[in-house]
Design a protein around this ligand. Structure first.
Ligand code: DGJ
Length: 701
């Protein structure tokens, strides 16, 4: 079966993306209709609409593929445009289509009156049961057009009696918590108006008919590859037709489309699984590792990092970094990252941002001696930057007060004492790219943590023509994408970590440029179980930065054992930010042992399949399992939560193993078959609260 089939008789396209089948049809009136988005329903040639959808006149528009504000359409528009002559009506009809390299379909639609064209692109990924889609809106006429809303697309769900929406919500230091609710009527809007992806809501949504569970049932996943203002709308359009829209937020947005210009929306990924939320996550993880992550590092293991933040905060200098680096090397760290505080005038968060030279009082000889020392210890050197922001108390701002977003004569609201640089301006972009490029050219740097610690406010761009003022939300994101793309091109060996006060900018668009993310400023190992669980619903563990930090935790005041902290952090890309100078000899030995073990098994975590066996939300015990694609190795992470006396903790039954393989446990000589591990399970054998354990299973050859 071809990945994309076209039936010219039915004017029907079938995009066959593994378990997902996506059917589009040109209706009699020329509008493009979504016929099906879900599990397989059969080949395009034999598929009949009758009985599947009430194809009455007008009603079919409830499933219009790219809805507009125009004619008798009352649902959320994907496209709202002002055409020449002040015409605020846009009606799209089928014009033509093309299929490229047998996997990509582009359907062109055109307005009935003006030469505004919309190309809807669909790329099928049958290996991962998903499609990636986007729209290109082209002004092929002679006059300017204004786009007021230009979403990436809408998904028309099959008819079901109930729909449940799942999403990842939270706040700073509490991102990606799983939330679920039943949709009843009207619209549920999830969005960011903060200029970044946001800590509060993440553009990864899940839909099911209320009965899907972790490893069973139909689940749809929709993710947006965009790192700025976004919007998702789940709407019961009418007649119980549920639609899910995603794209750049239309709030305070407009785009001036001059003749000949086009606007390309971010990509929206639509995934389907009949194997529950776990099945969906595993497909997404594989897709991300193979198709989304930057190619030059996608296959390489994520390094064990030491980050100075929770040890030294702003108080970094040549001497203390050298001492700390020695300890970091001793425990097996691979990259030593100097976080905030290294540049001129930066002793706290009130000054210095923008003045990106090493602070002479902390580094009288520049960064060179520290970098050399770190390298002599066998590690790479990493550095923290926050290129998009500036402290008003900086030489940069004193020189260029007009370089930030602002409305003339009005207050400039500070957040963490900083303002956002206007990257829509080419001079600001050049400056930012210039110092970053110089930093990486003049110093031997192997890792960059790119932070972004505030939301946008007063989004004025005084020099821009009035009709372009509201483009800043999109232009800013495109600017950071361009800067990152060019930096990566020029410095291909550098690993980039994306951070926005923790997980404020985690999305598939960012994942195309960052090799990993700083998941959350919350480093409490217990809170992290919940944050990391939510994170992995959509994003792969390979990208999930997790540190072991000191106790009591600075946020929760909780003191968990070093073992628990390591085990929790080893479920992603491991880092350490504990004050190594304060650890006892015994603790240093323990840290060393954990890191050594992690290096031996990280391929299972980073490139394996994840099974969330038991959610921490169930209480008692949390269990997560990772399995290599060839099923030869597996890791089981167990965490006891609060357990009452006499509470029975069931055996943990594993998943994804080969039933016929014989697995050895922890190189102990003890062996069990895959069948036994999966059907009988094992006793977690954790006594007491907040204990943890990792079991390593290796198939005997
Ligand atoms: C916020 C980040 O999430 C932290 O890890 C740290 O880098 C600080 N910013 C530094 O200011």
């Amino acid at each position: 079966m071809a990945t994309i089939e076209f039936s010219s008789r039915e004017k029907l396209w079938s995009i066959n993306a593994g378990a997902l089948q996506y059917l589009l049809k040109v209706a009699d009136d020329g509008s493009l209709i979504n016929v099906h988005c879900g599990g397989r329903v059969g080949p395009a040639e034999t598929f009949r609409l009758e009985g599947h959808f009430p194809f009455e006149p007008g009603l079919h528009l409830l499933r219009e593929e790219y809805s507009t504000f125009g004619g008798l359409r009352f649902m959320e528009p994907c496209l709202k445009a002002e055409l020449p002559g002040g015409i605020r009506d846009c009606v799209l009809k089928y014009v033509g289509h093309s299929i490229t390299d047998s996997r990509e379909l582009a359907v062109t639609l055109g307005d009935i009156g003006y030469s505004l064209q919309v190309e809807l692109h669909y790329r099928a990924y049958p290996e991962y049961n998903l499609i990636s889609r986007w729209a290109i809106i082209r002004n092929a006429g002679q006059e300017a057009v204004t786009l007021e809303e230009a979403l990436s697309g809408a998904v028309s769900l099959p008819r079901r009696s109930t729909w449940r929406l799942g999403y990842l919500a939270g706040h700073w230091a509490g991102e990606t918590r799983v939330v679920e609710e039943e949709l009843k009527a009207g619209k549920k809007v999830l969005e960011s108006r903060r200029g970044t992806t946001s800590h509060q809501l993440n553009p990864a949504l899940f839909l099911d008919s209320g009965d899907a569970v972790e490893e069973d049932g139909e689940v749809w996943g929709c993710l947006l590859a965009w790192s700025g203002n976004w919007k998702a709308v789940a709407e019961y359009a009418s007649h119980d037709q549920l639609r899910l829209y995603m794209g750049v937020n239309d709030f305070d947005f407009s785009w001036h489309l001059a003749p000949g210009e086009s606007f390309t929306t971010p990509k929206m990924v639509v995934a389907y699984s009949s194997e529950g939320f776990g099945g969906l996550s595993r497909s997404l993880h594989r897709f991300e590792r193979r198709e989304v992550l930057p190619k030059n590092h996608a296959d390489k293991p994520r390094p064990v990092i030491y980050n100075t933040w929770e040890t030294l905060y702003f108080n970094v200098n040549e001497e203390n970094l050298k001492t700390l680096a020695e300890r970091a090397a001793e425990i097996g760290v691979e990259i030593f990252v100097v976080d905030d505080g290294w540049f001129r005038g930066r002793n706290d968060d009130r000054a210095g941002l923008g003045d990106w030279e090493p602070d002479p009082s902390k580094f009288p000889r520049g960064l060179g001696p520290v970098i050399e020392h770190v390298k002599s210890l066998g590690m790479k050197f990493g550095i923290w930057v926050e290129p998009e922001n500036v402290n008003p108390n900086s030489d940069l701002y004193r020189r260029h007060p007009d370089w930030v977003y602002h409305f003339p004569g009005r207050p400039r609201s500070e957040m963490r004492n900083q303002l956002v640089l206007n990257l829509c301006r080419s001079d600001v972009r050049e400056y930012v790219f210039g110092w970053l490029d110089r930093l990486l050219t003049e110093n031997d740097i192997g890792f960059v943590k790119w932070d972004m610690n505030r939301n946008f406010s007063e989004p004025g761009w005084p020099d821009a023509p009035r009709e372009r003022q509201r483009e800043i939300w999109v232009r800013h994101v495109l600017a950071i994408y361009d800067i990152l793309d060019e930096l990566r091109r020029r410095h291909p060996d550098v690993v980039f970590e994306g951070c926005s006060g923790g997980g404020g900018r985690v999305d598939l668009g960012a994942m195309e440029r960052y090799d990993q993310f700083w998941t959350s400023d919350n480093t409490d190992a217990l809170d992290r179980l919940y944050i990391q669980e939510g994170y992995t619903m959509a994003y792969c563990p390979k990208t999930m930065g997790a540190w072991v930090t000191g106790v009591p935790n600075f946020l929760t005041n909780r003191s968990l054992s070093l073992e628990f902290r390591f085990h929790s952090a080893m479920m992603g890309a491991l880092g350490v930010s504990v004050n190594l100078l304060e650890l006892s000899k015994q603790e240093i030995e323990e840290a060393k042992m954990h890191i050594e073990f992690y290096k031996k098994v990280r391929h299972i975590v980073q490139d394996g399949d994840l099974y969330r066996l038991r959610s921490p939300r169930c209480g008692g015990l949390a269990a997560f399992q990772y399995v290599t694609p060839d099923k030869a190795e597996s890791l089981l992470f167990l965490f006891s939560l609060q357990q009452g006396f006499g509470e029975r903790i069931a055996n943990v039954t594993l998943r994804g193993l080969d039933p016929d393989f014989i697995y050895e446990l922890d190189s102990s000589g003890q062996t069990l078959t895959g069948a036994l591990l999966m059907n009988y399970g094992i006793d977690p054998a954790l006594r007491g609260d907040y204990k943890s354990r990792i079991i390593h299973f290796k198939a005997k050859r």
